[in-house]
Structure formats: structure tokens, C-alpha cells
Write a protein that binds this ligand. Structure first.
Ligand SMILES: Cc1ncc(COP(=O)(O)O)c(C=O)c1O
Length: 459
């Protein structure tokens, strides 16, 4: 086998895709304008660079086609989805009063330590995915059980007008092209989830960081025929059954430029009701230091308002990922399915934003779509008990291959999640097409097939 290390675990966009020229032009627009330079080199407003909040509201309205134009008072600028997850916990939770963090499993494994840092060690609970993206009945039973056990009926530490709203539960998920499973949650599940959250005083926090990375699942289909981007859970909360239950609402969307421009930019946004967004932006550290990503935000605004970002997505990012995706799937079919692997990303739920049964026929005619960064494979039964060992062996020569394996996606500290991993998602591996070229991806799949054959040959 030739070539160096291949890392199909890494969920970063390859550097070759970074829009350096557009960023340079955008930065130059800022620094050659005295008012823009002045506006971007001072402490940023707590809710973030106002022109970016406006351009985000316009862009998000275009891509999600909500029933009415989004207003910028629903949006604040963040330093990425990870940082904002921390902010949400700081502002709207208190461990003890907030009973549990419910995390869809297999889970985005880097989220668990963020919850732990906020004091939720031992309080995180996994919720299994089902074919439509979330086992709502499992979650309902868990919420009921948790409420029965709840000891602390009032917040003890975060009290007074500064903490006007604390939630009893946080539900965390990645509803579209999930990390790690690649699944997209159906609209029906999104609605059920919002109703459940309203019933149990939960905030649904979604990392909507892969939504705009989409292409037809089948190579011959025309990308211009894709349906609309599925409504985010925050969009569902905005309109379902007459709109949010109260001024705070029960959903917050975490957006990010990391996967579509570059993670080093550290620019993201949060969207929720204006009351939640305002309170979120009034964190102590933000009030002291200003919006944590101010200069970068001004550069991203130039890219977005000039259309350079949209063009970059349409002409570079999506076509590149699309080609890599087809290359990866073709190689999986040729090399791994004959060895007993299966692809486990579930049905594509690409129905339009219309929710109910009468649209079922229309929905089934929409072309199937794929997207995001990842696919999830289930291993053949003779190998499924040892995905971590396989992953360790894959790192060695001659394979020199890295991939993420099922047990990494357990919800830390939840015994139920460990059991469910043993029976289900733990038998899987996650592969990413964002970092390597198509050729390298295909070589990585070949190395994986060789590893499996070698392991079988030894037993
Ligand atoms: C689901 C999910 N959330 C958050 C992040 C990190 O986002 P950010 O770079 O905006 O902090 C990632 C990156 O892998 C991710 O997959």
C-alpha cells in the first residue's frame, strides 16, 4: 500500500477548500474603510456585529424559507457552536434544578465534556435515535421519571432577575446530517420534540452546523431539484400550534461558519426568541469583553453580504463534498459491503417544510439527498464486538488509517448508553469525507477492507 496516514475521523474541512482569497478581500474591505475599521476594532456589542446579525437574518430566511422573514433580534453572534453551548448552560441552567441533559445517541462526543464542565457530570442521559431520528417515547418516559425524582424545585444559586429563566431540562441533538450518524430527523419527530419540550420545560439545543451541505444522494440526480432545507427545530418552535409557549421559547439553533468557511474563523450564531437571544448575549464575560469574535464577524459579514460565501458553497464546497461522497460510497459498496458491512444512516428525510400526512405523496417524490460530513457503517457481526480494537489496529502500519468508532459516541456516565452501544451503535464506525481528497478516501476504504481481511485470516 502506498501513501501516508489517512484520517477519516477528522471532521474538519480540508485546507484546500478554505476561501482564503475571499477572506483576504473581505478583510481588505474592512481595513480600507475607516468606519468599518473603527466599528470592528473596538469592543463588539454584546449581541455581536450588527451588520452580520442583519446579513445572517437575510441569509437564513433565504435558505430555510420560514413562513415569515427572520428578524435580527432573534440572532446573536457567537464564537462557534461549541462556545455557545457553554454559554447556554451558563445562562439558562443550574445543575440540580436543571435535572438532566438529554443527548441523542450516538452522540457528538465532544459535546459531553462541555456539559461536564458546566456541572452536569452524572446527569447526562442518552436518548436513542430511531429510523426517523429520535425515539420520542423513550425520551418522554425518561423525562417523566426524571420529574418524579426531582428534588430541587427552585434554583438555589442562579436566582433573581439576572436569571429570569432557567430550564428544567436540556435536550441536545444534531437534527440534520447528524454527527456522527449522518441521519436527518423527520419533520414529524421535530414537531413531537417541540411539543415534548414545551410540556417538560426543556430547551432543545440543536447544532445546525451541516444543514447547507447537501446534494442528491444519487449521482445522476440534478442538484437544482433538491427540496428545501428541512426546517430547524427552532423554526418549528416559532410556528407550531400558534408559536412559542412563552417569550423564551423551547428551542435554540446553534449555527457555525466552521464547516463552511473555516473553523479558525471562530464565528457562529445563535437563533432563538428575542428574549432568549438577548439574555444569552448578556453573559458576564460578554458584557466585559464584548462579543467574543468581533473582528472575524466583520470579515464574515463582508463574505455573506457580498454573496461570496453563497458562491463558495455553491461552486466549491458542495460540489467537492458531493464528489467525495460519491467516491466514498462507491468504494464502500465495492470493498466493504461484500465483507458484510452495512450503511446505517437511515432514510433521507428530505420532505419540504409542510408537516402533515396529506403531503406524504409529495414528500416521497422529492429526490433523495445526502449531505453533511459523515456516513455511519455497521460492522459485520463477527467483528462488531471489537470496533475499538479494530480502530487501534488500523492506526498501525501497514494500514495507517484512523476512523471514529462506535463506543466513542456513548453518553458519558450513562450506564444505559453503554448497554445500548453494546447492542447497537457501538458496532458502528463513522467515516468523514471532509478532510481528504476523493483519491485518499478511496485508498482509506481499501486499507480498511484489507484490515478486515487480515483480521479474518488470523482467526
Ligand atoms: C455537531 C457539532 N457541533 C459543533 C461542532 C463544533 O462547532 P464549532 O466549530 O462552531 O464550535 C462540530 C464540529 O465537529 C459538530 O460536529
Amino acid at each position: 500500500m502506498t501513501g501516508g496516514h489517512i484520517n477519516l475521523q477528522r471532521g474538519w474541512p480540508s485546507l484546500a477548500l478554505a476561501p482564503s482569497a475571499q477572506l483576504l478581500k473581505s478583510a481588505s474591505n474592512v481595513f480600507t474603510s475607516t468606519p468599518k475599521t473603527a466599528a470592528s476594532l473596538v469592543y463588539g456589542p454584546s449581541a455581536g456585529y450588527a451588520p452580520l446579525r442583519e446579513s445572517l437574518a437575510k441569509w437564513l430566511t433565504e435558505i430555510y424559507s420560514p413562513k415569515s422573514q427572520l428578524q435580527s433580534d432573534r440572532i446573536c453572534v457567537t464564537n462557534g457552536a461549541s462556545g455557545n453551548l457553554d454559554n447556554i448552560l451558563a445562562r439558562f441552567t443550574e445543575p440540580g434544578y436543571t435535572r438532566n441533559i438529554w443527548i441523542i445517541e450516538p452522540s457528538y462526543f465532544l459535546a459531553c465534556p462541555i456539559f461536564m464542565d458546566a456541572g452536569f457530570q452524572g446527569l447526562m442521559k442518552g436518548v436513542p435515535e430511531d429510523e426517523e431520528g429520535l425515539d420520542v417515547e423513550f425520551l418522554r418516559r425518561g423525562l417523566q421519571e426524571s420529574e418524579k425524582k426531582a428534588q430541587q424545585q427552585e434554583p438555589k444559586l442562579k436566582t433573581g432577575t439576572r436569571y429570569a429563566k432557567l430550564y428544567k431540562h436540556i435536550i441536545y441533538c444534531v437534527p440534520t446530517f447528524a454527527n456522527p450518524s449522518g441521519k436527518t430527523m423527520s419533520l414529524r419527530r421535530r414537531e413531537e420534540l417541540v411539543r415534548l419540550a414545551r410540556e417538560f420545560d426543556a430547551l432543545v439545543v440543536t447544532d445546525d452546523v451541516y444543514d447547507v451541505l447537501r446534494w442528491p444522494e444519487h449521482a445522476n440526480d440534478d442538484a437544482s431539484q433538491l427540496g428545501s432545507v428541512p426546517p430547524r427545530i427552532v423554526d418549528v418552535d416559532r410556528t407550531l400550534d400558534g408559536g412559542p409557549k412563552d417569550e423564551w421559547g423551547n428551542a435554540m439553533s446553534n449555527g457555525s461558519m466552521s464547516k463552511i468557511i473555516a473553523p479558525g474563523m471562530r464565528v457562529g450564531w445563535a437563533e432563538a426568541t428575542p428574549a432568549l437571544t438577548l439574555a444569552l448575549s448578556q453573559l458576564g464575560a460578554t458584557r466585559s469583553g464584548g462579543c467574543p469574535t468581533h473582528l472575524s464577524a466583520s470579515i464574515v459579514h463582508e463574505m455573506l453580504s457580498s454573496g461570496a460565501l453563497q458562491e463558495h458553497l455553491k461552486d466549491t464546497v458542495n460540489p467537492t463534498f458531493r464528489a467525495r461522497y460519491y467516491g466514498m460510497i462507491k468504494a464502500i459498496k465495492a470493498e466493504l459491503l461484500p465483507l458484510g458491512f452495512s450503511i446505517s444512516v437511515g432514510k433521507p428525510y428530505n420532505e419540504s417544510s409542510k408537516p402533515t400526512n396529506e403531503d406524504a405523496n409529495e414528500a416521497s417524490e422529492a429526490i433523495a439527498e445526502a449531505g453533511g460530513y459523515f456516513t455511519y457503517l455497521t460492522l459485520p457481526s463477527d467483528l462488531s464486538a471489537r470496533t475499538s480494537r479494530l480502530a487501534a489496529e488500523a492506526l498501525k502500519k501497514p494500514y495507517d488509517l484512523k476512523f471514529a468508532f462506535g463506543d466513542m459516541f456513548q453518553v458519558q456516565g450513562d450506564a444505559g448508553s453503554i448497554d445500548r452501544a453494546a447492542d447497537g451503535f457501538g458496532r458502528g464506525i463513522r467515516l468523514c469525507w471532509a478532510w481528504h481528497t476523493e483519491e485518499e478516501i478511496v485508498e482509506g476504504i481499501r486499507r480498511l477492507a484489507k484490515l478486515i481481511k487480515d483480521v479474518r485470516g488470523r482467526t
